[in-house]
Design a protein around this ligand. Structure first.
Ligand SMILES: NC(=O)C1=CN([C@@H]2O[C@H](COP(=O)(O)OP(=O)(O)OC[C@H]3O[C@@H](n4cnc5c(N)ncnc54)[C@H](O)[C@@H]3O)[C@@H](O)[C@H]2O)C=CC1
Ligand SMILES: O=C([O-])CC(=O)C(=O)O
Length: 406
């Protein structure tokens, strides 16, 4: 156990056992890199099994063998091992919450993170103390309350915002607007003042409105860069991949389903016809899978019966999006994710789709995803637009009614 927890591996060392990223199918890239996070301290044995899906048995045997000597060596160190790759600062605002805590743990495992800033209005000190004992590269700092918010954001490259209230059974995401709109507005004002060049990942619901609020705040502050503001919709892709793999009996790591539109009800639109690997669905399967993916958040809210909404799967999805952003910042030119961004793909000002990420944020919006759709998908794109438009306009109107202090 001690040896395992002391094992230290980097993305680079895992990758060197198998094909280069450019040799892997596109659909595998995020998962490869994301799975390799787990080499940086936790669950080494399980991860080796998982990664053998990509790297093959021989490579994995070599990898497994190499765990032991590295682990033995590193167990003699008394302090954290700082990897030369770890160079990015990540701030999580709402870090003590249901999403914030497991997300902080997953980001703590990233070999690309040098500093992890955990901010919340309460209870974050203990979370940070606990997390700081993990012998992975990043330094963990805690910040409590508004007075410490500016410090939490100094020099930060990626800001993740899961702050706000979650749904209870019977509520829509829009029912969270009255509380979460103000929370997001305040936090993004601070981001604009303290780290205006950071990538901003908005998790707080309703994402279809909170992202437009954030954009408006950044515009009012004169620092809006549409390429760096993201609504996190990765969980919709994660769910679509899981449900499709289960339904069609496919290997999970192979499956990639783009999900477009927004992040609420019918605005969540999985493009099943674009599933990779190519797979055919009956009309009934399309209907059943689409509805399940659209209602997956509600499925969790109901199962939790008043104790909140998705936290663990959301943390997993958000950590994947953070890692993808860090890889893009680090110069990886092969990073694609679905996300809700300013877009010209439709007549709406914001739309979720696959984008290519680069050092400066969104490098390209993958417009081909909206071409060659089935009739069902075309109709669904048209059907989601009125609701998405209303949510976007609601967010913009809210932010314009309460302009930020200069
Ligand atoms: N984008 C997506 O796919 C998903 C979004 N969500 C949303 O994420 C949000 C958070 O969900 P949970 O973590 O489950 O809620 P939670 O209630 O467990 O945690 C929220 C945290 O935010 C903190 N907070 C509240 N006001 C704050 C402020 N002004 N500054 C900093 N921190 C503040 C709270 O103290 C708490 O620690 C919700 O709005 C939820 O709807 C949840 C799942 C998926
Ligand atoms: O359903 C919710 O309220 C939380 C959420 O956005 C999701 O799980 O997709």
């Amino acid at each position: 156990m001690a040896a395992m927890s002391a094992a230290t591996f980097s993305v680079g060392s895992a990758a060197s056992f198998g094909p280069k990223a450019s040799q892997l199918p596109q659909s595998k890239l995020s998962s490869v890199r994301f799975n390799s996070l787990s080499f940086n301290g936790l669950k080494a044995a399980t991860s080796v099994n998982c990664v053998s899906e990509f790297f093959g048995r021989e490579s994995c045997a070599a990898l497994r063998a190499s765990i032991v000597p590295k682990a033995q060596k590193s167990s003699q160190r008394s302090t954290n091992h700082f990897s030369p790759q770890a160079s990015y600062k990540v701030a999580i605002l709402g870090a003590a919450g249901g999403i914030g805590q497991p997300l902080s743990l997953l980001v703590k495992m990233s070999p690309l993170v040098s500093d992890l800033h955990l901010y919340d209005i309460a209870n974050v000190k203990g979370v940070a103390a606990d997390l700081s004992h993990c012998n992975t590269p990043s330094r963990v700092l805690d910040f409590t309350g508004e007075a410490e918010l500016a410090n939490a954001l100094q020099g930060v490259d990626v800001v993740v915002i899961p702050a706000g209230v979650p749904r209870k059974p019977g509520m829509t995401r829009d029912d969270l607007f009255n509380i979460n709109a103000s929370i997001v507005k305040k936090l993004v004002e601070a981001v604009a003042d303290n780290c205006p060049n950071a990538f901003i990942h908005i998790i707080s619901n309703p994402v279809n409105s909170t992202v437009p609020i954030a954009a408006e705040v950044l515009k009012q502050k004169g620092v809006y860069d549409p390429k760096k503001l993201f609504g996190v919709t990765t969980l919709d892709v994660v769910r679509a991949n899981t449900f499709v793999a289960q339904k069609k009996n496919l290997k999970l790591v192979d499956v990639d389903v783009p999900v477009v539109g927004g992040h609420a009800g019918i605005t969540i639109l999985p493009l099943l016809s674009k599933t990779k690997p190519s797979v055919s669905f009956t009309d009934e399967e399309v209907q059943e899978l689409t509805v399940r993916i659209q209602n997956a958040g509600t499925e969790v809210v109901e199962a939790k019966a008043g104790a909140g909404s998705a936290t663990l799967s959301m943390a997993y999805a958000a950590a994947r999006f953070v890692e993808s952003s860090l890889r893009a910042l680090d110069g990886d030119s092969d990073v694609y994710e679905c996300t809700f961004v300013e877009s010209e793909l439709t007549e709406l000002p914001f739309f979720a789709s696959r984008v290519k990420l680069g050092k400066n944020g969104v490098e390209a919006i993958i417009s081909s995803d909206l071409q060659g759709l089935t009739e069902y998908e075309q109709k669904a794109v048209e059907a989601l637009k009125p609701e998405l438009k209303a949510s976007i306009e609601k967010g913009i109107a809210f932010a314009q009614k309460q302009p930020v202090a200069a």
